[in-house]
Unconditional design. Structure first.
Length: 153
């Protein structure tokens, strides 16, 4: 019985490594390979999107590649148990219309639920849009930093 459990853990770790590698090397050409990473009816949620299905998930990622210069994920750590895993990441990119030469970094984490084949059936991103993104924008950033100072104790 332990041998079967150990095999499941090894398989699960292999799936998590594969998924982490997919995101770290994610490029526009990979948009057509999402079916090898997500289930057909997968759920995806981040601070800006909540969608179901590969077609809608593909649109979210396609927009990312269209709107930003050189977006990429750096997986900082990962943790897995049973059919779930957490990926802690840094999302690095450059804005296309603001400080184009300056690399931006957004820090966050993804909670992934996998099916029995190791495909993502649920993907939820957690990151602070106010601190990690809005504060970096020209007009909104000034307001967000001012609000943050006013709210401190």
């Amino acid at each position: 019985m332990n041998d079967n459990h150990d095999t499941m853990n090894i398989d699960h770790e292999a799936h998590v490594r594969r998924i982490a590698g997919f995101f770290e090397n994610f490029a526009p050409a990979d948009l057509d390979r999402l079916a090898g990473t997500y289930t057909g009816d997968a759920y995806f949620k981040d601070p800006f999107n909540e969608v179901h299905g590969i077609a809608d998930i593909r649109r979210v990622y396609a927009h990312m590649f269209e709107a930003l210069h050189e977006p990429r994920f750096v997986i900082v750590s990962r943790m897995a148990a049973d059919n779930a895993c957490w990926l802690v990441w840094e999302f690095r990119f450059r804005f296309k219309s603001y400080r184009e030469s300056e690399t931006q970094v957004v820090r966050g984490a993804s909670h992934l639920l996998l099916d029995s084949q190791g495909l993502i059936r649920s993907h939820r991103d957690y990151w602070d849009a106010a601190e990690e993104l809005y504060e970096k924008l020209p007009v909104v950033g000034g307001l967000m930093r001012w609000l943050k100072r006013k709210m401190r104790t």
